[in-house]
Every structure is written in structure tokens, then in C-alpha cells.
Design a protein around this ligand. Structure first.
Ligand code: ADP
Ligand code: MG
Length: 369
């Protein structure tokens, strides 16, 4: 059965506050979609409405074409792994994972096999006899994950399921989960605030902000063609320069008075509007001599050079005091002493102009200071 999920003009109010604000989203059966956004963006609320734990004030939720808006969670073919996983304290790990299968009347032999398989996947097989209280937070989270995947629902809703794991295990679980989703053809709706995690795992990413989807797209599309400065800054890293568009051209005059040329103008930009110019650190090159052939070049002073293993990162101070970053493969590059005078330059296609307002009213996020 197709389990396409459709969220149709859904709004969720808490008092007068719009936690989810007129969101529409179609999720294809068998796909992996992430809801990505900072804390309070409305991600969990959307997930809870798909799962049936929260009722929308307006709009409808459909699964496989059927309106499930008013159905309780147990009447939907979805399984949820919550952020605050609640394991049964009086059962050991294996019993916790087996619980749903037992309730579904699965025969003991198959039950044992599937429980072993699920525990193996989350690397918790050797803890099968332990009680939840004897586990760390990360281990409990993995058991909660095993408990959900063991039932093989056609839709799995995951609310930051890897949040309590340390980096190495988290990356390993990302790969395992992705493979599982592919192999079994499951639909995953995955909530995360971690853009790297979303990029690594998803077919589609919905970037959320203030209860709305700001942009929906595949990882490459979102990274290369963000539709707002907010998305541009949320996914990956950006340098932003403040300036004014010169008439209706692709030129911006920066605060420092330099004329710079963009390859892309995004959003509704009037002539001479206040704008942001954005370039990613990995597209910024450094040279000692003035690169006169480069349309985009600024003088800068090295504030710090950072060795990140395979990458070098340079934190620069522009004339005028704004911070700017350059990042390059370590091979073929050298650390520069603090205080060194350099030219930062970048190519036109890597430079984008956005409305200045894109980054305003954005509490708690890095951006233009
Ligand atoms: P996210 O998962 O993206 O961090 P949530 O969906 O949990 O965000 O919450 C979105 C907004 O709705 C937040 O501002 C949160 O404080 C608010 N909110 C969530 N649940 C409730 C609730 N039960 N009562 C009041 N406000 C809530
Ligand atoms: Mg949440």
C-alpha cells in the first residue's frame, strides 16, 4: 500500500502563537525527508501531528490518500521515536524491544529473531538483559530506536533520535538508518537541528523557520541554490557582506566602498536596495598580491589560522572590521601568521545577492551582527 503522507495547509496554535503556520508538504512513499530547523521552529509539532499526538487547528493530514486528521496514533500505520524516549522501566532491553511484536501476536521464534536483528543494528545486543536504568542516555536512545524499527512500520517518525549519541556513533547510526530505510523501502520523517546530519541522510530537506517551511529541496539544491539568505546561512557556512545594489545590476557596493559582482540575484530586490552578498568560505581564495583580474577582491588581515585536519580555516578581518572566513584543503596550503595582510578573492558564480531583510528577526541564529 502506498503510504504517501500529505500535510495540507496545516496550522497549529498554542493560544495565539502559531507553532506551525499554514504548512503544506507532500512526502513520497519510501523517501527520507528531514525537517531541519533551530529549536522552536515547529519541527516536533509537525511530526506529532503526523503521528496523531497533536490535533491541527486548521488543515488536514492524509496518509496513503486517507484523511487521518482525527484518528488516534494507534490507528495510523506509523511509528514514532520521540526525543524523550520512554522505555518501560520494569522490562529489560529485549522485552522492551519485543513489546510491540508481542502485542501484535508475532510468534515467539520470529519475535526473538527480529529483536536480535534490531538490537544488533543499534549495537545493543550484549545489553539485552539489562534494565533501562542500567543504561546511559545514548544507549536508551538506541533501544528506543530498535523498539521502533523492529515493527517495520511503513512510516517511521523520528524526533532527533541520534541527539544523545556521541559523534562517531551518531555518524555510524546515520549510515545504518539510511541503509535500513532504503532496503526496506520505508518512509522516514526525520527531525533534526543538525544540518550535516540532514545533508548526509535525506532525499528531501524541509528547512523550517518560525512555523513555516522556508525551503524544500534535495541536499545539493539547498546547498547550491538556497532561496533565502536564511537557508544559505543555516546550511553550511556563509560570509555575508552588507551593501547596496547598484541600480538593478548584479553589482553591489559594499560597506567598505568596493564594487562586487554577483552571479545570482535571489528574492524580490528593488533597484539600489540594501542587500547581503554571500560567499561560502570554501570558495574564498587568498593571495599576497592584489589579484587585479578578480572582480571580487577585498583586503584583509589574518586574525587566526586554524588547522582542522584535512582543512585549513582562516579567520580574516576586513578593512572596516567585519569578519570573513576562507577555508581550503590543507594539501597545497599553508597556515598564515596572525596579522598577515592578504587579499581575499572569489569568483562571480559563487557570489549571491539576497534581500537584507532575509536575516532580520531571527533570534538566536548566527548571521549578520
Ligand atoms: P522544534 O521541535 O522545532 O524545536 P516545537 O515544534 O517543539 O519546535 O515547538 C514549536 C513552538 O511551539 C515552540 O515555540 C514551542 O515553545 C511551542 N510549543 C510546543 N508545544 C507547546 C505546548 N504544548 N504548549 C505551548 N507551546 C508549545
Ligand atoms: Mg523538537
Amino acid at each position: 500500500m502506498s503510504a504517501d503522507i500529505e500535510i495540507d495547509q496545516v496550522t497549529k496554535l498554542y493560544g495565539t502563537f502559531r507553532a506551525v503556520d499554514d504548512v503544506s508538504l507532500k512526502i513520497q512513499n519510501g523517501s527520507f525527508i528531514s525537517l531541519l530547523g533551530s529549536s522552536g521552529a515547529g519541527k516536533s509539532t509537525i511530526l506529532r501531528m503526523i503521528g496523531g499526538f497533536e490535533l491541527p487547528d486548521y488543515g488536514a493530514v492524509r496518509i496513503g490518500g486517507k484523511d487521518v486528521t482525527l484518528l488516534p496514533p494507534y490507528s495510523r500505520d506509523v511509528n514514532t521515536v520521540f526525543q524523550n524516549y520512554a522505555l518501560f522501566p520494569h522490562m529489560n532491553v529485549a522485552e522492551n524491544v519485543a513489546y510491540g511484536l508481542r502485542r501484535d501476536g508475532i510468534a515467539p521464534e520470529e519475535r526473538r529473531r527480529r529483536v536480535r536483528e534490531a538490537l544488533d543494528m543499534v549495537e545493543m545486543l550484549s545489553y539485552a538483559e539489562r534494565r533501562p536504568t542500567q543504561l546511559s542516555g545514548g544507549q536508551q536512545q538506541r533501544v528506543a530506536l530498535a523498539r521502533a524499527i523492529v515493527k517495520r512500520p511503513s512510516v517511521l517518525l523520528l524526533d532527533e533520535p541520534l541527539g544523545a549519541l556521541d559523534r562517531k556513533l551518531r555518524q555510524q547510526m546515520q549510515v545504518e538508518l539510511k541503509l535500513l530505510q532504503r532496503q526496506l523501502g520505508l518512509t522516514f520523517v526525520f527531525v533534526t537541528h543538525d544540518q550535516e546530519e540532514a545533508l548526509a541522510m535525506s532525499d528531501q530537506i524541509a528547512v523550517m523557520r518560525h512555523g513555516k517551511i522556508e525551503q524544500l529541496g534535495g541536499p545539493t539544491e539547498l546547498y547550491d541554490m538556497p532561496s533565502t539568505a536564511f537557508v544559505a546561512s543555516f546550511i553550511g557556512t556563509q560570509n555575508f557582506l552588507v551593501g547596496a545594489r547598484v541600480d538593478s545590476t548584479t553589482t553591489m557596493r559594499s560597506e567598505g566602498g568596493a564594487n562586487l559582482t554577483v552571479g545570482r540575484v535571489v528574492g524580490d530586490l528593488q533597484s539600489n536596495a540594501q542587500v547581503l552578498g554571500a560567499v561560502r568560505p570554501e570558495n574564498v581564495m587568498l593571495s599576497m598580491d592584489e589579484p587585479k583580474a578578480s572582480a571580487n577582491r577585498l583586503r584583509a588581515t589574518v586574525a587566526a589560522s586554524v588547522m582542522l585536519g584535512d582543512t585549513l580555516e582562516f579567520i580574516l578581518m576586513l578593512d572596516g572590521g567585519r569578519e570573513f572566513m576562507a577555508r581550503m584543503p590543507r594539501r597545497g596550503a599553508e597556515l598564515l601568521p596572525s596579522g598577515a595582510e592578504v587579499w581575499a578573492h572569489w569568483e562571480v558564480p559563487f557570489f549571491t545577492m539576497y534581500p537584507y531583510e532575509d536575516l532580520q528577526a531571527k533570534p538566536g541564529m548566527g548571521g549578520v551582527q
